[in-house]
Design a protein around this ligand. Sequence first.
Ligand SMILES: [Zn+2]
Length: 157
Amino acid sequence: MRAPTTIVVKCKLCNIDRTRVLFETDTCVVVEGFPHHRGHIVVALKKHATRLTELGPGEYLRFCRDLMVVAQAVEEVLKPDKLNYALLGNWVHHLHWHIYPRYRTDPDWGQPPLIPWKLDGNRVPPPELRVEGRPMADMEREELKRVLAASGESNFR
Ligand SMILES: [Zn+2]
């Protein structure tokens, strides 16, 4: 058995800018990510945990179901050609799914999603793979909020 996760004093997720929150339940928060991929969404556990193995079976299943509900909403609203997912919990000590909508018109289509702020110095991507900021339109953001709210708490249980 591993030691419990160390909690950082000023946690970015516990102190999140509430204007980025699209939906939340008692167990997860759905946040608009950064515009390197239009519609980048983060589905984060409210609980501090950085490993899936820290979660009980009910928590794990709920977390995966939350991901599915949000993925369905993203597909309905943004109509991507594909979604990519990444489960992290490194800098922020809350397990969180990143959902990256991908489009055939993306300069990096067919490649793993590039994360611009991680690309520095020797890791700058070639120009044809650079991703410009493409924030969601206000209408898309409001529609995503509406669809998530319509999914209701029941779909997140
Ligand atoms: Zn926290």
